[in-house]
Design a protein around this ligand. Structure first.
Ligand code: HT7
Ligand code: ZN
Length: 863
């Protein structure tokens, strides 16, 4: 496998001005005719004109013409992944015809079929599976596309832009032609052909243009589309209000497909979505699903400006569009939902998944320096840490300064393919800043550790001493300091928020932003209080691991009264984390009662909304605890984690019971709290409360409650559960997305025998190894959601995962590699588990025909 390095970037020597494509869809194959108008790139300063190397993978070349002349065999060379044409001039037209096999394409990259329809996925490098092309994002071209197919089977023939022609052909075939007036890279190309239902609506933009909105779904699913359409309209409005960005085409289409490697794809004017992020009504989707739909619809829509109008020069710059667009979808969700709840969810992802990635063998900066397979770099680092980096800019500049930077970025770079550096420069220039140091966030991998202590210098005068460090990561031994915005406030010794100042003559404030730029730095604090409890890093103002030696009492007082809702939640998490990760093999009675007392206060707090209460009374997830530390005693952690949950269930059983009975299920926050109570009650005594759960499952009028009941039932003692698992199945077996939930509910049971059941589910008639949602629902959910059984000391969980990776390596390498990353944490565990995982990694690496995707992950893991 070839490693590509960022430092080796050279502009493409050629550009493609116009791309004219003809797709002829036949039952067994598709013919793709491509006419490309190619010119020399004005940015290219090489002395000689080199042979042009077009990308092309798994293409059968039928014919090739250069400026209308058939090319002799000696004029070109077809290799496994390229087509090289030797003699070309500064400007020429190239026509190729290739044959491809969409029905056999299980990688779900390029053109493939999903439940009887054709669809495409071209990001990152999938277009090369459709035709020979300069498949790199800086090559932006004007596309015209004609699609021909059987009219009865494929009445809809869609591509990017606007339809410009349509008509009948012989043999029951027809065609539609499309033109996209905006230049775009090949990764934003899309095609869909099928027979689908459509929900239509319109949106009038801020300048008064009417845009047609079309949402295409499989027949019979229209009753699950309204929410996605409303989310799209809300996103269009929000981007106008918040960033002054208006939609540019007259048509915006979304198509939902069942077989999709990721969540959705922002193809210009024709988004293709995983059904999971479109289909939702109260009966089939949970409250969390609705939030997912709203977020992903918004994310893809926001890409129209941050990604499509301004795209990436090369794939090392992926965070330019993804970090920024995740930040924009986060801000949108904060405005649509509760901002604090959103922020907590965002930070949970960073701590559980990103910190883990940052401390493992695949650690990379948000702008990676190298890759073998680009698909492996659609990571939580590039996306979510990338969004945290953008958020720090927002925190440092404030809303107005950030907007100025965005405006300048759009003004300067509309229609271009640019770099992360161009983005930072626009932010700097618009605000008169020098952010040399800030750039370390783009250069360096690893999670910085921020150590803080509070010193009392004199009455009324304190000092916060801060020190940052960052552990070595692969290829980066030494790290330079980061610029860290640290939002702080203080509580006094009676647990009340207090005003303070940074100089002794300044007026008191409730909160301030300290900006750390050196390895060690101190900040003076003036406050008329005997002692202070600092509330640090409010809203997780920098993506770092915070170390401060809080006492349990201090954490309990922050948990009870920090006015910053994020930090209030975080204090509870830190309190429990300290106990769970300490050296002791069991939690003491004292520790347990600190937590249950703190929970009682939270649950009785009438000011706090039910969604925040639910979050506050959740014991930190195992993955998050593992992700945050470098050395984990798994067996001890599992035992203490269970001990804490059982204690909270039993000790507060009456409280849970009363919450369950007195909380209405009218809002998502209410349902969340009620179902949290049900979970704890079932942990305390599943026999006694089983009927309650069973009744809830049977009579629920919404999926949130129905699924919550199924989940606790699937975890209850054997003998009770099968009847309800079967009831759910019979009710929902025709709804694919609900079946995914049904699968997942069964695999997160921490019963020792669960692995056999997981294996049996792989043979279930509703399971398909070729469908990524199903693989995620069973295998992904078991590995990531059933931490204790995946890590069962027998090693059978590891062997199971390796077997699936080996099977998927041939079918869908991208999904296989994603699963292989689950092994990346192995060096944190005990030597026995390390040996067991290593054995599986070696087994995978020794395979013949190992895909680049899986090779890269496994090879780095073993280094
Ligand atoms: N930009 C999209 C990324 C994506 C993707 C990448 C690789 C392989 C398949 C894929 N499907 C979608 C999605 C997004 O971030 O909006
Ligand atoms: Zn994206």
């Amino acid at each position: 496998p070839v490693v590509k390095y960022r430092k080796d970037y050279q502009p493409s020597q050629y550009l493609i001005k116009n791309t004219n494509l003809l797709f002829q869809l036949f039952d067994d194959y598709t013919l793709v005719t491509s006419e490309l108008k190619i010119t020399r790139n004005p940015l290219d300063n090489r002395e000689t004109l080199l042979p042009i190397e077009l990308d092309g993978v798994e293409l059968e070349l039928v014919s090739i013409h250069l400026d209308g002349q058939v090319l002799d065999d000696s004029d070109y060379e077809k290799r496994a992944h390229t087509l090289i044409i030797n003699k070309v001039s500064e400007t020429f037209n190239l026509t190729t015809v290739v044959k491809i096999l969409p029905h056999k394409n299980t990688s779900l990259e390029g053109l493939y079929t999903s439940s009887g329809k054709y669809c495409t996925q071209c990001e990152a490098e999938g277009f090369r599976k459709i035709t020979f092309y300069l498949d790199r994002p800086e090559v932006m071209s004007e596309f015209t596309v004609r699609i021909e197919g059987d009219k009865a089977k494929y009445p809809l023939l869609l591509s990017n832009g606007n339809p410009v022609d349509r008509g009948e052909l012989t043999d029951g075939r027809h065609f539609v032609a499309w033109h996209d007036p905006f230049v775009k890279p090949s990764y934003l190309f899309a095609l869909v052909a099928g027979d689908l239902d459509c929900l239509e609506d319109t949106f009038t933009t801020m300048s008064g243009r009417e845009v047609k909105l079309e949402l295409y779904v499989d027949k019979g699913k229209l009753d699950q589309c309204r929410f996605a359409m409303d989310s799209l309209i809300a996103s269009m409005k929000w981007d106008e209000q918040e960033f002054g960005r208006e939609y540019d085409l007259d048509l915006y289409m979304i198509v939902a497909v069942s077989d999709f490697n990721m969540g959705a794809m922002e193809n210009k004017g024709l988004n293709i979505f995983n059904t999971k992020y479109v289909l939702a009504n109260k009966k089939t989707a949970t409250d969390a699903d609705f939030e997912g739909v709203e977020r992903v619809i918004a994310h893809e829509y926001f890409h129209n400006w941050t990604g499509n109008r301004i795209t990436c020069r090369d794939w090392f710059q992926l965070s330019l569009k993804e970090g920024l667009t995740v930040f924009r979808d986060q801000k949108f969700s904060e405005d649509m939902q509760s901002a604090a709840v959103e922020r907590i969810d965002q930070v949970k992802i960073i701590r559980a998944a990103q910190f883990a990635e940052d401390s493992g063998p695949m650690a990379h900066p948000i702008r990676p320096d190298s890759y073998i397979e680009m698909n492996n770099f659609y990571t939580v680092t590039v996306y979510n840490k990338g969004a945290e980096v953008i958020r720090m800019m927002h925190t440092l500049l404030g809303k107005t300064g950030f907007r100025k930077g965005m405006d300048l970025y759009f003004d300067r770079h509309d229609g271009q393919a640019v770099t992360c550096e161009d983005f930072i420069k626009a932010m700097e220039d618009a605000n008169g800043k020098d952010w040399s140091l800030f750039r370390n966030w783009y250069r360096q991998a690893g999670t910085p550790v921020l150590k803080v202590d509070l010193e009392k210098l004199a009455d009324g005068h304190f000092r916060l001493n801060c020190e940052q460090s960052c552990p070595a990561t692969p290829g980066q031994e030494h790290k330079n300091p980061f610029m860290l915005p640290i939002k702080v406030g203080f509580l006094n010794n009676t647990g009340h928020p207090v005003k303070f100042a940074e100089t002794n003559d300044a007026a008191g404030v409730d909160e301030t932003l300290l900006v750390m730029t050196e390895t060690k730095q101190s900040f003076d604090i003036y406050c008329e209080s005997d002692s202070l409890v600092p509330s640090l890093l409010r809203d997780f103002s920098s993506p770092v691991k915070l170390e401060y030696s809080y006492t349990q009492e201090e954490l309990a007082s922050l948990f009870a009264a920090d006015p910053n809702p994020f930090n209030r939640w975080d204090a509870g998490q830190t309190l429990m984390t300290q106990m769970l990760m300490s050296e002791t093999s069991k939690l003491t009675e004292d520790e347990l009662s600190v937590v249950d007392n703190a929970f009682i206060k939270i649950l009785n707090d009438e000011e706090l909304d039910n969604a925040l209460k639910s979050l506050a009374v959740m014991v930190p997830e195992l993955n998050s605890l593992i992700g945050m530390s470098d050395n984990v005693k798994l067996d001890q952690l599992f035992a203490k984690h269970k001990q804490l949950k059982v204690h909270l269930g039993e000790k507060l059983e009456h409280t849970w019971f009363s919450i369950y009975n007195t909380t209405s299920g009218d809002t998502s926050g209410d349902r969340w709290l009620r179902n949290t109570a049900l979970r704890y009650m079932m942990i305390a005594n599943d026999e006694q409360h089983f009927e309650l759960a069973a009744t809830q499952q049977t009579h629920a009028d919404n999926m949130t409650d129905e699924l919550a009941a199924l989940q606790v039932i699937a975890n209850a003692s054997e003998g009770y559960r099968s009847e309800y698992i079967e009831q759910f199945y019979q009710k929902w077996k025709e709804e694919e997305l609900v079946m995914d939930k049904w699968f997942t509910a069964q695999v997160v049971n921490d019963d020792e025998a669960i692995l056999e059941h997981v294996k049996a589910l792989l043979n279930h008639e509703k399971f398909s190894i070729e469908n990524p949602n199903k693989v995620r629902a069973v295998v992904g959910a078991f590995v990531a959601g059933n931490t204790s059984q995946f890590h069962n000391p027998t090693g059978q969980g590891y062997e199971f995962l390796a077997d699936i990776i080996i099977q998927l390596n041939k079918i869908n390498p991208q999904i296989a590699a994603g699963l292989a990353k689950q092994f990346n944490q192995w060096r944190k565990f005990d030597s026995k588990r390390q040996a067991l995982i290593q054995e599986q990694l070696v087994r995978i690496k020794s395979l013949d025909n190992l895909s680049n995707d899986v090779f890269e992950v496994v090879d780095k893991s073993l280094q």
